[in-house]
Ligand binder design. Structure first.
Ligand code: GLC
Length: 430
């Protein structure tokens, strides 16, 4: 009889232990270089026009918006970093499609609420979707991710449109990874870091890092001695082999074919990959008749990552019925199901580490242990996954790939609370 591991392998699923780390790092680096040169690449490598040298003014207060994914938050960011006067609502366009005017009205209303409480003139706006940045820190939306339905906004300069509805003002729009990087910078105290990464692993994933201007070949006229934060949009990396399960899951998303790497590691997709594995395994006879029947009769065609994670971890959340506990009520079924799904989380952890390693290497820094490259990580998948000790696995890989084998030093900084909002506030203050 075939083992669950054989079954996964046979369908192109590369287990964590089998991932060729060095090959993947080289491919990542070459895609980065192409993206920086403006050549065709799956990594857009978007220049942020923000450096990391500015001093954050103590005592300042900035009005901040945070369009993070499915939530839309607002508040006041103060330094030392804290968030006051918060509000939170669903992101416009997440529940149902919104038109252009309704979209900006919702944003403008929050600006009107928080702006009078701020001391700095610029509004900080953390905008966690792929957008081209301009030198004056506006953002032109490339496309929506995370299921937002507001088609009229695509291609617009979000800052300019919003300000025109407010009758003027100034705004600094940054991607959440850029904001997270800035937040690490603001909370470092007297530590010495040689460079910085901002990494998000939540519903979606992405990384920002600091690049030398002389390597950003697609921009002319930059000070060659300077540096700038680059939003890599690393989730769109596509030079990676995907299994039958990844492809089947992708085909059912709202954006088939886009963001292949994100779909292998981030929270929106791990549950749905698990469901594809379970369904295919049921057809192969891995489960009892009862379990197979319940699987095919699932009322919702999707499986949330939180349920897959809790199931694999053997954790029963008191206030939540886990469909998998019902489907795999039989102990033998449950055991096989866990063996089939655990590799999804292990693979995500290793891919996370390998791609972070590629960015740390790309900074060209971290040569001495006394000034490591700081990685500020944020997001629920990174911090809350239970099926595997996610952050520990990432660290173990990075220790091996970077420290032991390349003598490159890094440090994962302590989690900065509300990093995306804090970072957007800092962008407004700088
Ligand atoms: C998606 C977005 C990206 C964002 C990431 C994390 O990949 O395209 O801009 O940084 O999610 O929220």
């Amino acid at each position: 009889m075939k083992t669950p591991e054989d079954f996964l392998k046979e369908r192109g699923f590369i287990a964590a232990a089998e991932i060729d780390r060095d090959a993947l790092i080289s491919t990542f680096m070459s895609e980065m270089e192409k993206g920086l040169a403006g050549k065709p690449s799956s990594l857009p490598m978007i220049p942020s026009y923000i450096g990391v040298d500015g001093k954050v003014p103590q005592g300042a207060k900035a009005a901040v918006l945070d369009a993070g994914g499915t939530n839309f938050r607002s508040g006041i960011v103060t330094i030392p970093p804290a968030v006051e006067d918060r509000a939170n609502q669903p992101m416009p366009g997440v529940k149902k499609e919104v038109g252009v005017d309704d979209f900006y009205s919702a944003l403008a209303e929050e600006v009107r609420r928080v702006k009078p409480l701020a001391t700095v003139e610029k509004i900080g706006f953390c905008f966690s979707y792929p957008a081209d940045a301009t030198a004056d820190l506006d953002a032109k939306l490339i496309r929506w991710t995370k299921g937002i339905k507001a088609p009229g906004i695509v291609g617009q300069f979000v800052g300019k449109e919003l300000l025109s509805r407010l009758g003027g003002g100034k705004i600094a729009i940054v991607n959440d990874t850029v904001a997270t990087l800035l937040a690490a910078k603001a909370t470092e105290g007297d530590k010495e870091y040689s460079s910085y990464l901002g990494f998000i692993l939540g519903t979606g994933t992405n990384t920002a890092y600091v690049e030398r201007n002389s390597n950003i070949l697609k921009l002319s006229g930059l000070d060659p001695a300077g540096k700038m934060i680059i939003n890599a949009e690393s989730g769109s990396f596509d030079k990676i082999a995907r299994s039958k399960f990844d492809l089947a899951m992708d085909a059912k998303t709202q954006t088939p074919g886009s963001n292949p790497f994100e779909k292998m590691i981030s929270g929106a997709y791990l549950g749905p990959i698990g469901l594809e594995i379970f369904k295919a395994a049921a057809k192969e006879g891995f489960f009892s008749k009862q379990a197979a029947g319940r699987l095919s009769g699932l009322a919702t065609p999707t499986l949330e990552t939180i349920d897959l994670d809790n199931f694999v971890a053997g954790f029963k959340k008191p206030d939540r019925t886990n469909p998998l506990d019902v489907i795999f009520a039989d102990a033998t079924d449950a055991k096989i199901a866990r063996r089939l799904a655990l590799p999804v989380f292990e693979r995500a952890a290793v891919l996370t580490a390998v791609h972070l390693a590629a960015f740390v290497i790309k900074t060209g820094e971290g040569v001495s242990a006394s000034s490591p490259v700081a990685i500020n990580a944020d997001g629920s998948t990174y911090y809350k996954t239970k099926a595997v000790p996610f952050a520990d696995l990432v660290r173990r890989e990075l220790d091996d790939i970077l420290v032991k084998r390349r003598n490159i030093h890094y440090e994962i900084t302590p989690q900065v609370e509300d990093a995306p909002m804090v970072g957007a506030g800092i962008a407004a203050m700088l």
